[in-house]
Write a protein that binds this ligand. Structure first.
Ligand code: GLU
Ligand code: MG
Length: 441
């Protein structure tokens, strides 16, 4: 009998969801022998899908398609429970029929941003993610935050999940209980360039699959309920020069942030309000962002400051060489409703603007910025993050530099889609909005 196994062609779309078309593995292998160049067709208007069952106005209507074209290097096949079919997927670029990247292909957007950074500065980022998520299921009653009890209650899920993540080679480092009820965190080590973003897509889908096979649901929504602890998706970035040396670290400078990393961080800080539209891109993102939740409410930069949008993470070791290798910058405002390629690509573009302009290293803030007076925040150059998706989109639309990272069609498609998503919840209660996002993410 033929194998019924499917391989899923997966792409992460403008609302940060993994969309897919599947085919029998034998058919994939047949096409692979011919180079996979043609992928599978997908209507252009598919990029205007909201996370729910509707589609925003878009420039394409019923016309045209892209080819979702597998990058065979990203292929991943993991068997979790022996009585369940393997999870088999491959990540795609959205290409035009002539093979060039489509202007709304988010994976190509990141690739181009990384190329621009490397061409102008010689630097390559290494990227890592912390994945916070909440398990929703009948037996997940309250347990003390961060407790062994909380994590041992879900031991079969943890075991299944960890085995699959190890098999997938996503660089799993830790699996731990978090603050919220049923909340856990999976952290993966860094990978260079685009592989760092690929990793987060694959990691999330494996966590979801392990939960499904245990009869529970893993949700990465930024806010599972209005009074619940939020799920962040913190992004860690380090910079490396062409000789493989850490370039963000300089033991002799404030915060050990090298001059070039100081420019980079200043560029991100300058564009941060508009970046929120790409990295905290849902109405529900703004139930999570805010002071006193460690999710961050201000565009501050600080060493080991968990209330800063940009936290500098020094290494605990004293050896200078090892300190340089482990040194990285954490962007805390990002959440899992963002497309990781768009969020990282835009952060890289903003950082590159800072390097080009030689912006000075931001002042480092050594306390919760919410505890400062308006005057103190003003003199430190700290601003409140946008309070809603609409405010973030306003900031993005006002920021002509940020808009310029995209083609006009991409700006239109993205902002119309995101305005549509924001409008959909104007009449809704926070509770209802949370319920919808728990199911979507
Ligand atoms: N859950 C917090 C957030 O929403 C982060 C907590 C932590 O620092 O791990 O970002
Ligand atoms: Mg955490």
């Amino acid at each position: 009998m033929a194998s019924g196994e499917l391989i899923f062609l997966v792409w992460n779309d403008l609302v940060g969801l993994s969309r897919t078309r599947g085919m029998p593995v034998a058919e994939y292998e047949r096409r692979r022998a011919h180079g996979l160049a043609h992928g599978l067709g997908w209507a252009l208007a598919g990029q205007a899908l909201t996370p729910f069952e509707d589609i925003a106005a878009n420039p394409w209507g019923s016309m045209g398609e892209v080819r979702q074209t597998p990058d065979d290097d990203t292929r991943c096949r993991v068997t979790l429970r022996p009585d369940h079919p393997a999870l088999h997927l491959v990540l795609c670029n959205s290409l035009q029929p002539d093979g060039s990247p489509w202007e709304c292909c988010t994976r190509s957007f990141l690739a181009q941003a990384l190329d621009a950074l490397e061409a102008e500065t010689g630097l390559t980022p290494r990227i890592a993610y912390e994945n916070e998520f909440t398990l929703i299921g009948e037996d997940l009653h309250w347990a003390p935050p961060f407790s062994l009890d909380a994590v041992r209650r879900i031991a079969p899920f943890a075991d299944l999940c960890v085995a699959a993540l190890l098999d997938a080679g996503v660089g799993l480092e830790t699996f731990e209980p978090e603050y919220g009820v049923g909340q856990f965190e999976v952290s993966c080590g860094p990978a260079a360039g685009i592989a760092g973003a690929d990793r987060v897509v694959v990691t999330r889908e494996i966590i979801r699959e392990a939960a499904r096979q245990c009869g529970v649901r893993a949700t990465f929504t930024p806010k599972p309920a209005p009074d619940a602890v939020g799920n962040g998706c913190h992004l860690h970035v380090s910079l490396w020069d062409a000789d493989g040396r850490p370039a963000a670290f300089d033991a002799g400078r404030p915060g050990e942030l090298s001059a070039v990393a100081g420019h980079f961080v200043a560029g991100v800080q300058r564009h941060l309000a508009g970046l929120c539209a790409l990295a905290a891109p849902s109405p529900i993102s703004y139930l999570r962002l805010g002071p006193h939740h460690w999710s961050c409410g201000y565009d501050a930069v600080g060493v080991q400051n968990r209330e800063a949008a940009i936290r500098i993470c020094p290494s605990p070791v004293s050896d200078v060489r090892e300190r340089g290798d482990a040194f990285n910058i954490e962007f805390r405002f990002t959440d899992a409703t963002a497309n990781p390629y768009l969020a990282i690509g835009a952060i890289v573009r903003a950082g590159l603007e800072g390097v080009r302009a030689g912006l000075p290293t931001p002042m480092l803030v050594d306390r919760d910025p919410a505890d400062l007076s308006d005057h103190e925040r003003g003199s430190l150059g700290i601003n409140m993050l946008p309070a809603s998706l609409d405010a973030a989109l306003d900031a993005f639309e006002r920021d002509s530099t940020a808009r310029g990272w995209f083609t006009p069609t991409m700006v239109e498609a993205y902002t119309v889609l995101k305005r549509h998503e924001a409008t959909a919840f104007i009449e809704s209660t926070p509770k209802r909005m949370c319920e919808r996002y728990v199911l979507a993410y």
